[in-house]
Design a binder for this molecule. Structure first.
Ligand SMILES: [Zn+2]
Length: 181
């Protein structure tokens, strides 16, 4: 597959997005039963591009796994609800946004933090990116609360569009996959 030098392929073969390294345990946990046998000993990357169907691609370029191959929805790749943001404790972008619209704040980051302490979490097996969600959730809440602090109306399409862009930019990029809690 044009990889004779043995250099790992880090760009998604479909979207050209730089993939984040993800542990095989994440694939084992989240791929549907019928796709398990395609998992190899090689390393995998996670593609976070919205609109790209590829979720995982092999570094040797031999194969990919797409959204349909997973048991869960990949929040960062979706534009429609529900977009999961915390997989261990089942929170969505929409849920956090709704709570802030209703109450002016969100209790979810504290709830996640409390449950991390008491129950622990299992992000490597539940989050398609294989990494902890708490930091991302906290940033998301802060970002949603900012317009409220400055008196802007939180309803309306423009805010939703802004949040979607924010979500893609933050949750979809920059954070290394496979980082434990
Ligand atoms: Zn892609």
């Amino acid at each position: 597959m044009g990889n004779t030098k043995g250099e790992p392929i880090v760009l998604c073969p479909v979207s050209g997005t730089k993939g984040k390294l993800v542990k095989t345990v994440t694939l084992r946990s989240l791929l549907k039963e019928e796709h398990q046998e395609r998992i190899t000993q090689g390393r995998y990357r996670f593609c976070d591009a919205q609109g790209c169907d590829v979720v995982y691609f092999a570094e040797d370029g031999s194969h990919v796994f797409t959204k349909a191959d997973l048991k869960v929805r990949v929040g960062v790749k979706e534009t429609d609800a529900p977009r999961p943001i915390c997989y261990c404790f089942n929170h969505t972008v929409e849920e956090i946004f709704d709570e802030i619209q209703r109450t002016g704040t969100s209790t979810i980051p504290d709830e996640i933090a409390r449950r991390l302490n008491t129950e622990g979490c299992d992000c490597a097996r539940t989050n398609p990116q294989g990494s902890c969600c708490l930091g991302v959730v906290k940033e998301f809440v802060k970002e949603v609360l900012l317009p409220a602090l400055f008196g802007s109306d939180l309803t309306g399409d423009s805010v939703v569009r802004q949040l979607t862009r924010w979500f893609v930019a933050r949750v979809g990029g920059g954070r290394p996959a496979g980082r434990p809690c």
